[in-house]
Design a protein around this ligand. Sequence first.
Ligand code: GDP
Ligand code: IMO
Ligand code: MG
Length: 427
Amino acid sequence: MACTVLIGAQWGDEGKGKIIDVLTENVDMVVRYQGGNNAGHTVEIADERYVLHLVPSGIFRKETICVIGNGVVIDPIALLTEITELTGRGLTVNGRLFISDRAHAVFPYHLALDASKERERGQKDGTKIGTTQRGIGPTYGDKIMRTGLRMSDMVATDFAARLTARLDEHNRMCVATGAEPLKTDSILPRYLDAAKTLKPFVADTISMLNKAVNAGKSMLFEGAQGTMLDIDFGTYPFVTSSNASAGGACTGTGVPPQRVDRVVGVIKAYTTRVGEGPFPTELKDETGEKIRAKGREFGATTGRPRRCGWFDAVVARYSAMINGVDYWAMTKLDVLDEMKTLKVCIGYECDGKSMDTVPASIDQLSRCKPVYREFEGWMTPTTDVTRFEDLPDKARAYVDELCKLTGVQLGILSVGPRRANTLRIAL
Ligand code: GDP
Ligand code: IMO
Ligand code: MG
């Protein structure tokens, strides 16, 4: 299957985990390239439901090697919890999971800063981001400030001294600002233990991946979050702190761009968003609630209700452009089975002008009014359909139109959470 980058084309939770699991059938390695345990990727296999936060979604295929790349930020305790859970459910992780020695680690002071920053923002109207409180922003902040600790520091002999220095610095700041300092004595042994347990997984994944790609191995780069949450291309500042878009796959793994053969964009047949920030097609009414209930739209990481709305072709086109999407893997069509009519946003109207792309200014985006095209619903269950030709005509017309509006061909259509609910069209 060569090298494929898989990204979320909207605001996350598009069903990336499910599609990665399906595509892994034909792939040697699956590599996470950014984000951290803010991600929640669900994979349903028979009656089992797994939610992965850091471990790549290729872990369910025995032969597949899984790599957490240098662009990911790793909470060591969260990763160990996840490994323990997976092992407890009968999966083998040893010898199949590798962690980049260049990946930055999340520590308790990052979690504390994420929480306090959100509290502070919460007191000012309209500035709270609604983060997952997993310390993601502060950890990437440390990386950019060149003050972070990486997995290579965690496995170094003087890790205790390096972490103590960072904790002391944090606590000095707490004292200066009147915040509660962290208890170094209880933190240190836990993280030293974690470092010891994680050591066998830590590797020079950059050399490993390049050797594998040069030897003709196939790879799937697993994006987390979505393009509209990308630090550069998303609805800044209501975004995450990494490059969730396709470009992140190279910087987050060390595999050069010429090695990437294609980009698959995972996109829902409607739109959702968790957390704060503008969302032009949001439905704050019964229709939005109906989608939330049928689509089980509650965060896989935090359990928060997801905001729901119509498909936004402006966002999808923008996403296709930035990521160079070759194929859509369109998910959750079945969620729309009981809608009498459907709407698709084909453009925006803002301050009396038409717009066909996403503006940089979130104030302007907040003023954008969607221009809708209406579709008749198919009012027929689609979950058991196994061939695209067997879908109701109106469902096919809806999907075809979304592809036409966005200029991207359909690779996969997903009509349910399980492996079997997948129509493979061109992938
Ligand atoms: P991710 O973060 O992109 O991996 O997506 P999440 O796992 O956070 O959310 C997607 C949710 O939709 C999960 O509960 C999946 O099991 C579920 N899902 C994926 N594809 C489909 C689909 O085609 N139909 C339905 N009904 N559910 C789906
Ligand atoms: P997956 O990979 C949906 C959102 C948060 C918040 C913003 C910043 O499962 O699609 P952060 O904790 O990253 O600093 O939060 O980003 N967010 C996600 N929304 N899916 C995700 O991941 C997300 N990861 C972060 O809700 O609005
Ligand atoms: Mg998710």
